[in-house]
Design a protein around this ligand. Structure first.
Ligand SMILES: CC(C)(COP(=O)(O)OP(=O)(O)OC[C@H]1O[C@@H](n2cnc3c(N)ncnc32)[C@H](O)[C@@H]1OP(=O)(O)O)[C@@H](O)C(=O)NCCC(=O)NCCS
Length: 205
């Protein structure tokens, strides 16, 4: 680790595998500043889709979807998604949407933070920004499903709820057999809220 807590975001061999270099890879060759103060949050754009896909692939703990899915999230769902950027590289994201069947809930489909910047409050910042997005204005609850073995994820949602001073209720989400794959863990549904009414809206997002 460098003097300002700088660490390379990827292993050099991972960079060497892919050619030609993408914007993400070029940024990865620089070091990423892990100081939380220098990480900015913004809405995703179409150019971010492929980078999000890469972040998911290298982060671990997240189910990998197609690059096309991340392109859709970065465009059609941009008003309920947030990316975290440091030195031109995406180091975290949350992908959410307003539940079609329950419009009072913003559902977190995926949240991921690059290993080099974990446990510095970025996950909570992403959730906080999500609930202040214009697209999530109607949401009174934040929902997500979490596997029992995913302690970091569970702690993130519990801590987020505690900071807001609201409850995090757990109920049945998706059972193992719902995934059609015996090795897939069941996912419990977490429902956090009611979200504070005074939540300030970010008009730019
Ligand atoms: C889950 C994840 C997004 C958390 O991001 P993060 O930036 O490290 O989270 P934060 O720093 O905001 O931490 C939030 C809380 O969780 C706790 N936490 C985070 N990682 C933890 C770990 N590995 N073990 C124990 N507690 C942990 C923190 O201590 C903090 O609690 P506190 O506020 O009481 O101190 C990150 O670990 C990740 O990307 N994991 C892989 C992808 C994943 O599993 N995503 C969730 C499923 S969609």
């Amino acid at each position: 680790m460098g003097p300002r807590g700088e660490v390379p975001l990827t292993e050099p061999e991972e960079i060497a595998e892919t050619s030609p270099l993408t914007r993400y890879e070029i940024a990865s060759r620089r070091s990423v500043d892990t100081d939380p103060e220098t990480i900015t949050l913004r809405a995703p754009e179409s150019r971010d889709g492929a980078e999000l896909w890469r972040l998911v692939r290298r982060s671990g703990g997240l189910e990998e979807n197609s690059c096309y899915a991340y392109l859709l999230l970065s465009t059609h769902f941009a008003s309920t998604c947030v990316v975290a950027e440091s030195a031109g590289s995406i180091v975290g994201f949350v992908a959410g949407y307003i539940s079609p069947s329950e419009p009072d809930a913003v559902f977190v489909w995926q949240i991921g933070v690059a290993p080099s910047v974990r446990r510095r409050g970025l996950g909570k910042r992403l959730l906080q920004r999500l609930i202040s997005c214009r697209g999530a204005r109607s949401a009174r609850y934040l929902e997500a499903t979490v596997a029992s073995s995913n302690l970091p994820s569970r702690r993130l949602f519990d801590s987020f709820a505690a900071e807001l001073g609201v409850t995090c209720r757990e109920s049945r989400g998706f059972e193992r057999e719902d995934f059609g794959d015996a090795s897939h863990e069941a996912e419990h549904l977490l429902r956090i809220g009611p979200l504070p009414e005074s939540q300030e809206c970010d008009e730019s997002h």
